[in-house]
Design a protein around this ligand. Sequence first.
Ligand SMILES: [Zn+2]
Length: 112
Amino acid sequence: MDKNEERIARTEALFRAVNERIAEAAQRFDSDDAAFVCECSDEACTERVDASLVEYERARAHSTHFLIRPGHEDTRLERVVERRGNKFAIVEKFNKAIAGAVRRLNPRPKPA
Ligand SMILES: [Zn+2]
């Protein structure tokens, strides 16, 4: 895994961890949707992604899927598996090194 791939995996895992907190807070306040942070590979990205908790859970059901702003996908590393207009997109990592790293950093590890 090169330095760039490592940085990308860490950036995305960090944004994903932030979104886990946002989803928890929305649930606590009985809200159906929330303003998530974009989980793209650009560490300087500060854009928000409006999605329902149900939509968010669809992304989180796979340890290699991420919720991003449409257009923020890096097609060298990931492919879009779902797109909702200009609201959000869900991408799947196909880069092996990054997919492996984000799987290890999954906040919701699968039971053994
Ligand atoms: Zn972004």
